[in-house]
Write a protein that binds this ligand. Structure first.
Ligand code: GLU
Length: 470
């Protein structure tokens, strides 16, 4: 390959590899691959006494399961090709982690940094109106979530706009996920994608054979990690991996340069520095490298691209020195880069698996919303009581007092955050095991990305076969 295909073509080429490996028939293959519908809207908003026209998209890649699910990004570089590629990734992502949703994605062409809060609210509410009117947003059919440039705030505006338009929809609050917790959101959603990256890596390191194939050994403890992007995903992943698993974050790459410290950076300190100074420059205790992108090529064990798509390309793939790449962003490697790195024996944990923690916890939030009850509300005190009963029984049998901290941990009923983390951890572990099993089948399945797509495609194809095409 001597030229880079577009992002959407890149995803399709990767999927083709998996379809060929399992000999999927052409008809089913194109049914799965094609993007079902794309909405493009243009709408005017009066800003600072001038009328501005905004362009947005919402693509539904698949609706074999409903609702179709996926984030909405606000970015000055968005286009339809990108939205379709991201919607396709959502389809495969949901299938890999057994989230019963179709795949969708949206974007608004805007640089949010150029607008005030009230202006963004106006624009978001107007965009939501377009999506609802055209049937591209509802709890039953299409449920957006945060992505690059959007967060809890935008989701709250969207949910509120939908509620005003559909006041009789009893499930209105489930029309978007990633909402603030006091507004129908779920505990643990903000950190979910980063947490999922951590759980994915933890599961990878539970398989010594896989670790050895990536030319490493042992656990995450002491592993040198380079992270690109300290946004919501990169920040949480880096923080958890360094603070809880003992990994060393040896470099953080941001828009305006990179910070390097072979002894390991304090992620929270870097994050606070960025919040204060809007830049990584002048961070004490680290070497600054102006050419941030070149730091992707730094010697390390694990590289976590957690920023934008197409960061590792035909141009720099040859110089990447990481043993393992965990794709926390969507599409950070182009198809050509993926081929080069595979040939060079670099293990790649693909985006459709690694960053699926976000949509997994979105699924939990959606269930919480349509069941109208917080997880753990019915059982928590009951579990607590049972714990005390067990402790007291132990005391009666043994004649010794159960130490206070043992009694407390035994009697602690799980709250919503405990349950969300447990559900996410289980999801990430199970998905890796399914991917691994497919990988071990061999034949045309030569890497974990192809194996992930095989897992997804088999599940999606089954729904076409079971239900038929009409
Ligand atoms: N935007 C996130 C993603 O790319 C989350 C999607 C969701 O929660 O629906 O996976």
């Amino acid at each position: 390959m001597d030229h880079e295909p577009s992002f959407r073509e890149s995803v399709d080429l990767m999927v083709d590899r998996a379809m060929n490996a399992i000999g999927l028939d052409q008809g089913t293959a194109s049914a799965i691959k094609s993007c079902n519908s794309v909405l493009q809207v243009r709408f005017p908003v009066r800003i600072r006494n001038k009328i501005e026209v905004f362009t947005g998209w919402r693509a539904v890649h698949s609706d074999h399961r409903l609702p179709a699910k996926g984030g909405i990004r606000y970015a000055p570089y968005a286009d339809q090709d990108e939205v379709e590629a991201l919607a396709a990734l959502m389809t495969y992502k949901c299938a890999i982690v057994n989230v019963p949703f179709g795949g969708s994605k949206g974007a608004l062409l805007i640089d949010p940094a150029q607008y005030e809060r009230d202006e963004l609210e106006l624009i978001t509410r107007r965009f939501t109106l377009e999506l609802v009117r055209k049937g591209f947003l509802s709890p039953a059919t299409n449920v957006p979530a945060p992505d690059i440039g959007t967060g809890q705030r935008e989701m709250a505006w969207m949910a509120d706009t939908y509620k005003q338009l559909q006041p009789t929809d009893i499930n209105y609050i489930a029309c978007v996920t990633g909402k603030p917790v006091h507004h129908g959101g779920i505990n643990g959603r903000v950190e979910a994608t980063g947490r999922g990256v951590q759980y994915a890596l933890q599961e990878f390191f539970r398989h010594p054979q896989d670790v050895a194939a990536a030319n490493m050994q042992g656990t995450l403890e002491g592993k040198r990690i380079v992270v690109q992007g300290l946004g919501n995903v990169g920040y949480h992943a880096a923080k958890f991996l360094s603070e809880e698993d003992g990994a060393k974050i040896t470099a953080i790459i941001e828009r305006d340069g990179a910070l390097i410290n072979e002894e390991g950076l304090n992620v929270e300190d870097v994050y606070q520095h960025i919040i204060q100074h809007h830049s990584v420059k002048n961070f004490p205790g680290a070497r600054f490298e102006e050419n941030g992108k070149s730091v992707l090529e730094m010697e390390c064990d694990i590289l976590i691209p957690a920023a934008l798509e197409s960061q590792i390309t035909l141009e720099n793939a040859d110089r990447i020195k990481a043993r393992l790449i965990a794709e926390a962003a969507n599409g950070p490697l182009t198809y050509g880069a993926d081929e080069i790195l595979h040939k060079r024996g670099v293990t790649i944990l693909p985006d459709a698996y690694v960053n699926a923690g976000g949509v997994t916890v979105s699924y939990f939030e959606w269930i919480r919303n349509i069941s109208h009850i917080r997880f753990g509300r019915m059982q928590r005190r009951h579990d607590e009581m049972r714990g005390h009963q067990v402790a007291s029984m132990l005391e009666t049998i043994t004649g010794t007092k159960v130490a206070g901290h043992h009694r407390d941990s035994l009697a602690r009923g799980a709250d919503e955050l405990d349950l969300v983390r447990s559900g996410l951890d289980d999801t990430m572990r199970t998905a890796y095991q399914e991917i691994r099993e497919a990988f071990l089948e061999g034949d045309g399945i030569q890497d974990l990305r192809t194996a992930s797509y095989v897992v997804a495609i088999r599940k999606i194809a089954r729904t076409y076969l079971d239900v038929g095409v009409y």
